[in-house]
Design a protein. Structure first.
Length: 388
């Protein structure tokens, strides 16, 4: 006789307002028929958390809804999600065309790790549509771009890239981490796959390490699930539980952070010692019109500024403004800063960094949703505009 389900007995007719945390790495089944039911007949249930678990499933459902897709897979980090995506879409002897403006670890994944598996990657300037087309003409399984690039916030002409890729039957995968689906839903525009580092603004509280891949084509889902389980890219339940809670306030947090970022960008460009401000919301940003066309009224929570005086000036700013912690990530509730030269792009050659415009004086800000006056006061200290 089957043991009654203790959870059902405990809860009776009530149901919890928030999803429970299922911190179990394995599930018990009544018999072999039940196992076959889950594994081959599509019945609901779970067996082993590396393959699937309820908190990842619930989070995936929510992200699928937000992305306007057909499915999502949750991985243990953003990099695990990019790895799963590449290993699903590209085979030995295959070829990726990737933007040359990508997060440094993604560059290493495509340029070094996948090269070991016989996958070639051509890094091209994706703002040069002719260069993209020239590379796609040589054959490629995947075009990979970041919606808003890390760190200089260049915004890709996604609609044009989708059109060109369709001509060459090449899948388009988008790392949407800097935008988040609250700003742009690439699947709705026709992208094949969208990836997010949930570690950032989607989780939103700097307490999880997770990534997601979402898509519209249901044929890709079982292939991706197999890659995640076999390569061991799975997520853990507590992180999924926290990320799901974070998602509840994504739009509120992002809208407030975008508004702060816009005001701060306008203020910063008038301050002495600030050589340049990079923000897609500023009319002088090279992709301002592209950003307006893709995002509408808001332009993201990420902002970069360049200090005169290079590394020494950045160190001085950090020491005078500890209220804006130097914390090499992004998407926290409050404002943090990072230094691309020594963190996200540490392993990119100095020549390539300079070529892209990443200097030692460049500071990358993840603007938060605290009061603007609080951020401004800390900036005045950092820029030595007010007494310490
Ligand atoms: N994509 C972008 C644009 C990132 O900035 C990062 C990390 O900073 C990643 C992907 C990787 O995400 P994770 O750190 O969750 O592996």
């Amino acid at each position: 006789m089957n043991k009654p389900n203790p959870l059902a007995e405990l809860l009776g007719a009530s149901s919890p307002m928030v999803p429970p945390l299922f911190q179990s790495s394995v599930y018990a089944l009544p018999d072999l028929d039940a196992l076959d039911g889950v594994l081959t007949d599509g019945q609901s249930g779970f067996i082993y958390a590396r393959d699937a678990h309820p908190n990842a499933r619930l989070l995936a459902q929510e992200i699928t809804r937000i992305q306007a897709g057909a499915w999502s897979v949750i991985c243990g980090s953003g990099m695990a999600a990019i790895s799963a995506l590449a290993l699903t879409c590209v085979e030995k002897g295959g070829r990726i065309v990737a933007s040359h403006r990508l997060y440094g670890r993604t560059v290493q994944l495509f340029g070094q790790q996948l090269a070991k598996l016989g996958v070639a990657c051509d890094f091209v300037d994706c703002h040069d549509l002719a260069a993209v087309e020239k590379s796609l003409r040589q054959g490629a399984q995947m075009l990979f771009v970041e919606t808003i690039s890390n760190p200089l916030l260049r915004v890709v002409r996604l609609r044009a890239l989708l059109e060109i890729s369709a001509r060459y039957q090449c899948k388009v995968a988008v790392d949407n981490t800097f935008a988040s689906p609250a700003l742009l839903k690439p699947l709705a525009l026709g992208a094949d796959l969208v990836m997010e580092s949930l570690t950032k603004i989607m989780g939103g509280h700097s307490d999880v390490t997770l990534g997601s891949v979402s898509g519209s084509d249901l044929e890709t889902l079982p292939k991706m699930n197999a890659v995640v389980s076999i390569w061991g890219f799975a997520s853990n339940p507590f992180d999924c539980w926290l990320a799901q809670r974070g998602l509840e306030t994504l739009t509120l947090r992002l809208n407030a952070a975008c508004d702060n970022a816009m005001s701060l960008a306008q203020w910063l460009k008038r301050q002495p010692g600030v050589r340049a401000v990079h923000y897609p919301g500023l009319p002088e940003h090279p992709d301002h019109d592209v950003a307006k066309n893709l995002f509408g009224e808001r332009f993201g929570h990420m902002l970069c500024f360049e200090l005169e005086g290079g590394r020494a000036a950045v160190n001085g700013f950090m020491r005078r403004a500890p209220g804006i912690p130097f914390s090499p990530s992004l998407g926290h509730t409050s404002t943090t800063l990072s230094h691309p030269w020594t963190t996200s792009h540490r392993y990119v050659s100095a020549e390539e960094k300079i070529e892209q415009g990443i200097t030692e004086g460049l500071v990358r800000l993840s603007v938060g949703c605290e009061g603007l006056a609080q951020i401004r006061a800390e900036f005045e200290r950092g820029l030595s505009l007010s007494p310490p």
